[in-house]
Design a protein around this ligand. Structure first.
Ligand SMILES: [Zn+2]
Length: 420
């Protein structure tokens, strides 16, 4: 009997080691005192959809166990769920976070003529799951949090030294949990891959939107929801150099990263370096990373980045680089496609690998990213100086409307707005 128990437990260890290896092997060794997502949740990543309260609980346990991480709360959703970010960097950087913040803001201030300190860590926002029923990305956020907090791999050490990373695991927790409950409720044993199965077909309204069925990936400019208001408030305290925006698309596809289609998706007020230098440079890193795990992908053919209320466009308009990713959705735990079966774990791995490639691309080009953001704000002023329009005046007899307009301007830090 004892032998059987030993054999069984060895088998369980072997199985979980394989499940971990699927995602994490590249970043060994890991510190033993920090819980893996699997040990904390009681199931392997990709075997279940993780509720938002468990995501918050895991990140807060990482913050307690690791001296590289701390948890901040930036708001609450309509349904009272916490909006959080795990801030990860070296212990030294975390200890001087206020100083890094003020140096960073000084470096992008066009009125500051002193030399940019290109050695200052970058500010990177790994943000996930704005559409609640595109579930792979929040699971990838847990893997990214664990890897950055626990891995002693040399590359991870470089990322931590050269960046302060804000992991926002769930931009839309209310929508995510609607989908999470749906998918877990209809999960069957054995798993069902039939696309017609209930697990893959939520009832309307589904989990894409927030509590009021508002698409938060349109709200960055309108900012009528607490999720976006909290995020914008944080945004204008930090002006990140890079911001990710992870999505899912139709099941019969592969993986998409920027550049987007050039025909009709170029914003005329954007410096061409955003499209020509940054997107090209990052794209090279993404294709290499996805090649290393044998995943298919494409770029350039689709998607549009001109609407400023997208999570991948707003950062571009603030001197950073916004990055859209789209993974073919398994929706449930696995699904039959025209090309075979797609599993939840496979979709999570692509998002995780692209998250880590984002950190690699940014930190290996730190000086370039810093100079780009400084020049962005400088060139905005020099272009404005050449423009014959110097200001817009408006008059609105309805004081509530005028107030709403001014509040909106202030949410975006419209520094030139004056009340008369
Ligand atoms: Zn989406």
């Amino acid at each position: 009997m004892k032998k059987l128990v030993l054999l069984l437990s060895l088998l369980i260890v072997a199985v979980s080691a394989t499940a971990q290896d699927y995602f994490l092997k590249r970043y060994t060794p890991f510190q033993a005192n920090i819980s893996t997502p699997e040990a904390f949740l009681g199931y392997g990543i990709g075997e279940q959809h993780t509720r938002h309260d468990l995501i918050v609980a895991y990140l807060s346990s990482v913050a307690q166990q690791s001296e590289r991480a701390k948890l901040i709360e930036y708001g609450r959703t309509h349904e009272g769920r916490k909006l959080v970010m795990l801030v990860v960097s070296t212990p030294d950087n975390l200890a001087r976070l206020d100083e890094i913040q003020s140096e960073h803001l000084k470096s992008i201030d066009p009125s500051n003529s002193s030399q940019t300190d290109t050695q200052l860590p970058l500010i990177i926002n790994l943000a996930y799951n704005v559409h609640g029923n595109e579930p792979s990305s929040s699971e990838a956020a847990l893997l990214a949090a664990y890897t950055l907090a626990a891995s002693d791999h040399a590359e991870v050490q470089d990322y931590l030294k050269n960046a302060v990373i804000f992991i926002d695991p769930t931009i839309n927790p209310d929508g995510r949990d609607r989908h999470t409950y749906w998918a877990n409720m209809y999960k069957a044993s054995p798993l069902v891959a039939d696309p017609q199965d209930a697990e893959h077909n939520e009832y309307w309204p589904g989990g894409r939107t927030n509590h009021y069925w508002f698409d938060l990936n349109r709200d960055w400019i309108l900012a009528v929801n607490p999720e976006s208001q909290g995020k914008l408030n944080w945004y204008h305290q930090w002006y990140p150099n890079v911001v990710t925006d992870f999505h899912e698309m139709g099941t019969q596809s592969t993986y998409f990263f920027e550049p987007m289609k050039t025909n009709g998706s170029l914003d005329p007020i954007m410096p061409k370096e955003n499209y020509e230098d940054l997107n090209e440079m990052f794209g090279g890193y993404f294709s290499k990373a996805l090649d290393s795990i044998g995943s298919f992908y494409f770029s350039r053919e689709v998607f549009d980045g001109t609407y400023p209320g997208y999570g991948s466009s707003y950062p571009d308009l603030q001197g950073g680089l916004g990055l859209l990713f789209e993974q073919a959705s398994s929706r449930g735990l696995k699904q039959t496609t025209a090309f075979g079966e797609i599993t939840f774990a496979f979709t999570i791995r692509n998002q995780f690998v692209s998250s880590m490639a984002t950190l690699k691309a940014a930190t290996e080009n730190k000086a370039f990213m810093r100079n780009y953001q400084r020049d962005f704000f400088k060139s905005a002023l020099s272009r404005a100086a050449k423009n014959p329009v110097k200001a817009y005046a408006f008059s609105e007899p309805d004081r509530n409307k005028a107030k709403a307009f001014l509040t909106l301007m202030e949410r975006h830090q419209g520094s030139g707005t004056q009340r008369r």
